[in-house]
Design a protein around this ligand. Sequence first.
Ligand SMILES: Nc1ncnc2c1ncn2[C@@H]1O[C@H](COP(=O)(O)OP(=O)(O)OP(=O)(O)O)[C@@H](O)[C@H]1O
Ligand SMILES: [Mg+2]
Length: 469
Amino acid sequence: MTSLANRLALVFFAITLGAIAIVYVGVVPTLESSLVTERSQTLRSDAERFTGPIRSALANAVPVTTIDQAVRNAADQSNARVTLLGVNRGTFGAQPYVKSDSNLRTDIGDLQFPAADTAVQSRRTETATESASSGRVVEAAVPIAFPDPDSGKPLLGDVLVYSAPLGDVEHDVTLVRDRIVIAGILALAAAVLAGFLVARSLGRRVERLEGVARRVARGDFSARFPVDQDDELGQLARALDAMQRQLAELDTARRRFIATASHELRTPIFSLGGFLELIEDEDLDEETKAKFLGQLREQVDRLGKLATDLLDLSRLDAGAVELRTEETDVSTLARTVADEFVPALAAHESRLEVRLTGEPVVAVCDPERVAQIMRILIDNALNHTEPGTDVIVATSTRATRPRVAVTDFGPGIPRQELTRVFEPFYTSDGTRGSGLGLAIAHELAERMGGELAVESLPGRTTFSLEIPA
Ligand SMILES: Nc1ncnc2c1ncn2[C@@H]1O[C@H](COP(=O)(O)OP(=O)(O)OP(=O)(O)O)[C@@H](O)[C@H]1O
Ligand SMILES: [Mg+2]
């Protein structure tokens, strides 16, 4: 019962049933009353039309047989039973009695003629219905009045009642009701079937999406979500497909990262092994030994830095790096970091100028991490330029955002490589580093809600970090 097909079929069933119930309740009861009203209207106008000859026969006091004949004629013309009632005025009020009837074979006592009573009261043509043993009957009663010879006022003489059976109205109503019920049953069956079919087709499409989602979950990124139509499910499939492509890209990037990382780790380890073998050679003179040891140290340092950087990057990726936020004067921080580079600058024969604004440049940030980014940038300015290239570290405020920029006058980065320098392991000169510095700096800047950008022309390269105030 919980399946979409069953539930939708049930909903269609309920809606159709409701609609049929509304049609039934709205049509059947009013249909009967409006048919009865119509019949009594017709009878009333017939009664008024065909009463004339009887009225004049009564006025002229013709024999009873002539009156009977006139009554029968009126019955034939109006296609109704016509009864002439005289009115007795006694102590109990006006009492009608039968004077003539077009249908002599019928027992008159069966009908009570309620219309005649009201017509006697109102002195106007009245209609009514009554239930007789043969079924319901509609009646129209016409009062026949003559002027009083003394006063000239109309004086009520007799009442002429036209009565017709309502059997055909009941028949019509039954017919319509039965038709509604039959049509309703057919509509219900059609609705249930339609609901079931629609839901089954939807269900199949959902199942197909589910199947692909399961394959993707198992790591099969070649599976495609079918975008078969442009409706909501089609849009869902399109969104899932975009998500799956993203996942596939991430997966490829992850594999590439692991492959590159292991390659980067393996190279210095092999080289370490090679040097160790060479040093173990007992015939080695002291000078060569010292040279090898120096290279050994260099490889160990490189390995150590690589391990630290990889760890940093993976912790940043995993969101495991806790960032402190405190008010920091970026200018003071820049000077402190610059001072750390005095030995490196001497080795590179470069000068580093720190250009600070007059006032403190205050940022709310993690000073440790901002210093780490500055170190990465100054390190690059020295490592990727020729010895003797000068470096400027400048702080400023740009549109209320604190900014620190590291500029060097080295060869610059080719335009087509500018977007790639922030990718992990990207280096244009593989010998000098492993290519993780800028990736870490970029990630850190983003985590702080800041931005790390680069502008480079031959002879001038600027990396700038903007952080929230
Ligand atoms: N100031 C610069 N001038 C010229 N090229 C640069 C500069 N800074 C970065 N690059 C280029 O961008 C690449 C990536 O820099 P990144 O700091 O990420 O890696 P790396 O310095 O090669 O290695 P690592 O910093 O991990 O030791 C560098 O290899 C270099 O080609
Ligand atoms: Mg670097």
